[in-house]
Design a binder for this molecule. Structure first.
Ligand SMILES: NC(=O)c1ccc[n+]([C@@H]2O[C@H](COP(=O)([O-])OP(=O)(O)OC[C@H]3O[C@@H](n4cnc5c(N)ncnc54)[C@H](OP(=O)(O)O)[C@@H]3O)[C@@H](O)[C@H]2O)c1
Length: 254
């Protein structure tokens, strides 16, 4: 049995589509006030309408979290306008695949800037607030959930820099977990397998074609499946820390 999230505040990055959008909805359903961050304001506004229609509280944060002041601003506005921060879902990410030889360096820069630095800016800004929530909130526990990937556990030819960023997320998460766990901030790592979202659509056309062939007829998770796992993690009793969850579609072997 989970504990509801009434009177708590969650910030979800990358909430304008896919896993982040589904997670914001799921946490709002559990009673959390949610701050939703991403660059596409129109998509966030639509999501906010859906959350408000169900009686939820929501704050729209149109931000690019690769820009340090904007990432810090997202955390600070959440606390200023919703009153606190109990849960950070570090979800925003980009996956640009293809051979390393001849790859556009800008793609590598985009992945490192978002998957690593953007996540770190949000984590750094959020930590004092999460520690405070763990100390003085009725639940006396707070959560940071970092979204990695199967690509953070294994490597694949053509996925090197995405692998690098997601392995980095895993390493940072477990080191941070050890640092703050006695203060009841739980740091969890979620590693989804293939999930039907917009993630692959940001690749170059030739890479998209290769991916379409690879995933043709392959079973995929729904974004809601990952949102469900995240909801499970953050609704555990104070004594239970789910450190890591690796979730593949049943038919996915690697
Ligand atoms: N789908 C999968 O198969 C899969 C598998 C394993 C792991 N993951 C991970 O799951 C996470 C979510 O991805 P998804 O699959 O849900 O893909 P998605 O639908 O493409 O969602 C990515 C989200 O990140 C946001 N984002 C991108 N750049 C941003 C920036 N600079 N600042 C703020 N937000 C930004 C996007 O919104 P805007 O464009 O509006 O900014 C969008 O909301 C990622 O970390 C991804 O690596 C996905």
């Amino acid at each position: 049995m989970g504990e509801r999230l009434d009177s708590t505040v969650a910030l979800v990055t990358g909430a304008s589509s896919g896993i982040g959008e589904a997670t914001a909805l799921a946490l709002a359903d559990q009673g959390a006030a949610v701050a939703i961050a991403a660059r596409r304001e129109d998509r966030l506004t639509m999501l906010a309408g859906r959350i408000r229609d169900k009686g939820g509280t929501v704050l729209v944060l149109p931000v690019d979290i690769t820009d340090e002041p904007q990432a810090i601003g997202a955390v600070e506005r959440t606390v200023a306008e919703l009153g606190r921060l109990d849960t950070l879902i570090n979800n925003a990410g980009v996956m640009l695949l293809g051979p390393a030889v001849g790859a556009p360096l800008t793609e590598w820069q985009r992945m490192v800037e978002l998957n690593v630095l953007g996540l770190l800016y949000c984590a750094h800004a959020a930590l004092p607030h999460l520690l405070k929530a763990a100390e003085d909130s009725p639940r006396q526990v707070a959560d940071m959930v970092n979204i990695s990937s199967v690509a953070g556990r294994t490597t694949r030819n053509g996925s090197g820099v995405y692998n690098l960023t997601k392995h980095g997320v895993g390493a940072f998460s477990d080191a941070l977990r050890q640092e703050v766990t006695r203060r009841h901030v739980r740091v969890s790592l979620v590693e989804p397998g293939a999930t039907a979202t917009e993630l692959a659509s940001h690749n170059r056309p030739e890479i998209r074609e290769t991916l379409a062939q690879r995933f043709a007829n392959q079973e995929r998770l729904e974004a809601e499946d990952i949102a469900d796992a995240i909801t499970y993690i953050v609704t555990r009793p104070r004594r239970v820390a789910v450190n890591e969850m690796l979730i593949r579609p049943t038919e996915q072997e690697q």
